[in-house]
Design a protein around this ligand. Structure first.
Ligand SMILES: Cc1ncc(COP(=O)(O)O)c(C=O)c1O
Length: 449
C-alpha cells in the first residue's frame, strides 16, 4: 500500500466524491478511513471514533460481523457471479427470496426483485408500478406522487420523486408527471402547524387535493419513507402513513414504502411500514440487507401485484427491466447471513433502547445549546439535530453542522452534516457507553461554536 503522505497528498484530487463539491474536497479534504471494528472507525492517523453515521445508515450490525464476512468469502470461492436474466438463476437467490418472503410476510410482501442498491430498488418499484397498471388495463396511470423533503436516491426516476431541491435543480428537467405534497415536518411547514396529528391531517388533505387535481386515473403510485431520513429525519405522526394507505387504496393508487433506511430494524420495528401498522403494495430495500458489506438491494412486491403479473400470460407481464447484478450470488449470500444475524441478535430491541438513550441525550443538549433548533428521533436509531443561528426566527444555518461535526469527530464521534442538520444513524449494536460518547462529542462541538 502507498504510504500515508502519498494518500493525504492525493486525497480527493483524482476522484469526485458523491454529495460533495470537488473544490470543497480539495480545500477541506475528507477523512481517510482505513479500518473499522465493532461500532468504531479508525482514520489514517490512528484516530478512533464511534461511527454515529453507521457507514451510511447501513452498517446495522457494526464492522465486525463475521458471519457476513465469511458468507461473502465462501461465496466468492464457490460462485463469484452468475446472471439471473431469463434462463439462469443461482441457489442463493432462491433461498434469499424464501427468507425475505418470510421476513416481510407480515407486511403483505410476497415476491422479491433483486437490485444493486437503494436507487435501483426505487427505480424498479416505480417502473413495476406503471407496468402493473398497464397489465390491468389502466395504461393512463403513469404519474407519481411523493413527499417534499423525501429522499429516494439519485436515478432519474428517484430524483424526480425526491423532495429536496439540492438533488433536483442541477439535473432538471426531471421525469414529467411527478408531484409533491408537503411533508409532515412539524418544525417547518406551509401550514404553520406544530401539532403532529393536526399536521398529519393537513398533509393527508393535501394529498387528497392533489389526487383530485391530477385525476386519480392518471396516478400510478405514491412513494414515501415511513420516517423521512436524508431529508432530516422526520418522523410523521403515527396516523399519517395509515391515512396515506387508506387514501391510496380508495383511489387505486399503489403505495410504495421506501424502506432503504427503515427496513431491517433501524426504527425499532422490522420495517417502517410495520412500525405504523401499514401494508404497502411494494417496499424498496437495500443498505442493511447486507450490513453494507456488499452493494445489494431487494424490492419486495405485495400479493395483489404478484397476482396481477403472474395471472397475465401476455407479453405485458414480461419484466423488461433488470441489472447485470440483479441477484448477485455474493450479495445474496451476504444478505442470507445478515438476515440470520439480524434475527439472532433481535436488533430491534437494541435499536429501540439505544435510540431512546440517544434521543434523551440530544434533547438535554437542546436545553443547553441555543443553536439547536430542533431534535428529531424517538423511533430507534434515526436521529437529527437541526441547527439554527437564531431560535426565535428559526434561521437555518448550513455552516454550523460542519463546524460541530469536526469538533465532535476530534472528540470521538463521527456524525453527518447535511444542510442545516446533523444526522445520526449508528449501528444497532451500539452500546450505552457509545451513546454517551456521541452525546459528549456533540456537546463539545456545540460548546466550541
Ligand atoms: C430512502 C432512500 N431511498 C433510496 C436511497 C438510495 O439508495 P442508494 O444510495 O443505495 O442508491 C436512499 C439512500 O440513502 C434512501 O435513504
Amino acid at each position: 500500500m502507498k504510504d500515508s503522505n502519498f494518500l493525504k497528498e492525493q486525497n480527493a484530487r483524482l476522484l469526485w466524491h458523491p454529495m460533495a463539491s470537488p473544490t470543497d474536497c480539495i480545500e477541506s479534504p475528507p477523512v481517510i478511513v482505513t479500518a473499522a471494528e465493532g461500532s468504531r472507525i479508525r482514520d489514517i492517523d490512528g484516530h478512533e471514533a464511534v461511527d454515529a453515521v453507521g457507514g451510511l445508515w447501513n452498517v446495522n450490525l457494526g464492522y465486525s460481523c463475521e458471519p457476513v464476512k465469511q458468507a461473502i468469502a465462501d461465496q466468492l470461492g464457490t460462485l463469484p457471479y452468475y446472471s439471473a436474466f431469463r434462463g439462469t438463476t443461482n441457489d442463493k437467490i432462491i433461498e434469499l427470496a424464501h427468507e425475505l418472503a418470510d421476513f416481510f410476510g407480515p407486511d403483505g410482501m410476497a415476491r422479491a426483485f433483486f437490485t444493486s442498491g437503494g436507487s435501483d430498488s426505487v427505480e424498479t418499484a416505480l417502473r413495476l408500478a406503471r407496468q402493473y397498471h398497464k397489465i390491468r388495463g389502466e395504461a393512463g396511470r403513469v404519474k407519481f406522487l411523493s413527499l417534499k423533503k423525501g429522499y429516494h436516491g439519485t436515478h432519474m426516476g428517484g430524483a424526480s420523486v425526491n423532495g429536496n431541491a439540492n438533488f433536483r435543480t442541477n439535473y432538471e428537467p426531471l421525469l414529467p408527471g411527478c408531484h409533491h405534497i408537503p411533508a409532515p415536518y412539524t418544525y417547518r411547514n406551509p401550514f404553520d402547524e406544530s401539532d403532529p396529528e393536526r399536521l398529519a391531517n393537513l398533509c393527508a388533505a393535501a394529498l387528497e387535493d392533489e389526487i383530485a387535481f391530477q385525476g386519480a386515473g392518471t396516478i400510478a403510485a405514491f412513494i414515501m419513507e415511513p420516517i423521512l431520513g436524508a431529508g432530516g429525519v422526520i418522523p410523521p405522526h403515527s396516523s399519517f402513513m395509515p391515512m396515506v394507505r387508506e387514501i391510496c387504496h380508495r383511489h387505486g393508487i399503489l403505495l410504495i414504502s421506501d424502506e432503504v433506511i427503515t427496513g431491517y430494524g433501524r426504527t425499532g420495528a422490522w420495517s417502517g411500514a410495520r412500525l405504523w401498522g401499514v401494508r404497502p403494495d411494494m417496499m424498496s430495500t437495500a443498505k442493511a440487507i447486507t450490513n453494507g458489506y456488499f452493494p445489494f438491494g431487494a424490492v419486495m412486491i405485495g400479493e395483489r401485484m404478484a397476482d396481477a403479473f403472474e395471472n397475465d400470460k401476455s407479453p405485458n407481464a414480461f419484466i423488461g427491466h433488470g441489472y447485470t447484478y440483479s441477484g448477485h450470488p455474493v450479495g445474496a449470500a451476504a444478505a442470507l447471513a445478515c438476515l440470520a444475524e439480524t434475527r439472532r441478535l433481535n436488533v430491534i430491541e437494541s435499536a429501540a433502547a439505544r435510540g431512546t438513550e440517544l434521543f434523551d441525550g440530544l434533547l438535554a443538549l437542546k436545553d443547553k445549546h441555543e443553536q439547536i433548533g430542533d431534535v428529531r428521533g424517538g423511533h430507534g436509531l434515526m436521529l437529527a439535530i437541526e441547527c439554527v443561528s437564531d431560535r426565535a426566527t428559526k434561521t437555518a444555518d448550513i455552516d454550523m453542522p460542519l463546524k460541530v461535526q469536526k469538533v465532535a469527530y476530534d472528540n470521538g464521534a463521527m456524525v453527518r452534516a447535511a444542510g442545516p442538520n446533523l444526522l445520526m444513524s449508528p449501528p444497532l449494536v451500539l452500546t450505552s457507553e457509545d451513546v454517551q460518547i456521541i452525546i459528549a462529542a456533540l456537546d463539545a462541538g456545540f460548546s466550541a461554536l
